[in-house]
Design a protein around this ligand. Structure first.
Ligand code: ZN
Length: 306
């Protein structure tokens, strides 16, 4: 049996797991990301977490083949440098100290790419072209072609969330207006739900104290008119963007992840119906569209096995 460690370095938590060669997580642990203590503390915490994961499995760090770390930012994978991660206040941080402390070679990659690779492995598909779209705070995306992550000549590519859906639309933090993620992320759905409640106080959603990505879906289940409209429109936003993705790549498979994808087949089937209707390809085989399988574990598995 070969062992790998996958680390999902987030702004709030560092989650790590011992993963076998088949992508099974044998042990999972997490510690808070102490952003306020600075980069050295975080790098130390990652090393300590790797040690602890092995201890709890009664194996030695030296038995681990490799450590993979998914980072929320841009990375220079070849030189082991986290170039920029705004949520962590990281600017050009080397991961060499982790290698030295653990005595295991360490590889870094972008967290959306890690999640995409995890879903790719989990799907068991040998799809030569595979895209994972994560509907979360923003829209994360990972493109896998012939088993390799594709993110451009400089590593900054694959930002499908920042393609324009509505010209002169909602302002995005990237500087443009109307990016897909401003309409189809979970954050966008919450904003759309809140706006609809404000304009339609008769909606049963106005009784809710906490509005999240499930609010409109649950009220729509009960037949609430306002919620049905919010959900309908949101599905169109997701699907319109997905048609763009599919018209460019015609990938064998698209997996949709993030909290919203937990709505499962009732949600996915409506997205699929819209996409297949407007897909430019009318006669050839269609892209398979499914919900994610690993959810929060995708980043750990993907970082471990890539
Ligand atoms: Zn943008």
């Amino acid at each position: 049996m070969k062992y790998y460690i996958g680390i999902d370095l987030g702004g709030t938590n560092i989650a790590g797991g011992l993963v076998d060669e088949n992508g099974k997580i044998l042990k999972k642990l997490s510690v808070p990301t102490e952003v306020e203590r600075g980069e050295n503390a975080i790098i130390d915490n990652i090393s300590d977490l790797c040690g602890k994961i092995c201890d709890e499995n009664n194996i030695k760090l030296s038995q681990v083949e490799k450590i993979g770390i998914g980072v929320p930012g841009t990375v220079d994978s070849e030189n082991g440098m986290i170039m920029f991660a705004c949520n962590l206040n990281f600017n050009k941080v080397s991961i060499k100290p982790i290698e030295e402390k653990c005595g295991v070679s360490v590889k870094i990659l972008n967290d959306a790419d890690a999640a995409a690779y995890g879903e790719y492995v989990a799907s068991g598909s040998k799809a030569d072209s595979f895209i994972c779209i994560t509907l979360g705070t923003g829209i994360g995306s990972g493109i896998i072609i012939n088993g390799k992550i594709y993110n451009g000549f400089n590593g900054a590519g694959g930002e499908i969330g920042h393609t324009t859906l509505i010209k002169d639309g909602v302002q995005c933090s990237c500087g443009r207006k109307g990016c897909w993620e401003k309409y189809a992320s979970a954050t966008a759905l919450v904003a759309q739900t809140k706006a609809a409640i404000k304009n339609n106080p008769e909606s049963i959603m106005s009784k809710e104290t906490v509005i999240n990505g499930q609010t409109a879906f649950r009220a729509a289940d009960k037949g609430d008119e306002t919620a049905l409209k919010v959900v309908e429109k949101y599905i169109e936003y997701v699907a319109e963007g997905l048609v763009n993705v599919i018209n460019i790549f015609q990938p064998k498979k698209v997996v949709i992840g993030g909290g919203i994808s937990r709505e499962g087949e009732p949600f996915i089937s409506r997205v699929r119906e819209f996409v297949y209707k407007y897909d430019y390809n009318k006669y050839l085989d269609k892209t398979e569209i499914t919900a994610a399988e690993l959810f929060n574990d995708a980043g750990i598995v993907g970082a471990a096995l890539y």
